[in-house]
Write a protein that binds this ligand. Sequence first.
Ligand code: FMN
Length: 178
Amino acid sequence: MNMKEVNPTLAIRQLYPRLTILVSTVDSGGKVNAAPYSWVAPVSFVPPMLYVGIQARETLTVKNIRETKEFVVNIVTKEWAQEAVNCESKTEDKVEKSGVKFRESKVVKALTAEQAKVVFECKLNQIIKVEKADHFLIVGEIVHTEADENLKRDEIAMHIGGEKFVSPGNEFSLERKK
Ligand SMILES: Cc1cc2nc3c(=O)[nH]c(=O)nc-3n(C[C@H](O)[C@H](O)[C@H](O)COP(=O)(O)O)c2cc1C
């Protein structure tokens, strides 16, 4: 091993690669928004819940979630990763121009990305402002999930940082002492 000190501002990057997701929302008038995120993790099995870490400023995603109390987490795979990342843009017409297509969701008003092979429809549980932190934790209860049973793990687009992405590689098993 050749351990070196990591600059604290870069320390968070050591927690990558992380899943790439597209969070889709609508505003109170029904206008669709979507943006890519990678700070996503489970917080509860029963009821099933997850959180998304979003910059603590009023991004369109946060504004829409506050208004409608709903959002959809679409897991991004390689075949539509560029389209999903296009939704990072700040322009008015970013979603229309991104190449992501949307369809009705089953439970929530926010739309689902047609290309997504795993989808979590969520109702907002709470928005947590962690003391000193520069991101909100947007906690959602998963009210409906769909997954393509043919999805292969190596199709998933994980974010490494900047413009770099990677797919999960060799799978291996370990014995667990339970
Ligand atoms: C791959 C990728 C991952 C990202 N992950 C996050 C994240 O976890 N949290 C965050 O606040 N922003 C993240 N961003 C930046 C948001 O997508 C960006 O702030 C976006 O403009 C927000 O859009 P909105 O105003 O429509 O909500 C990420 C961007 C990319 C391309």
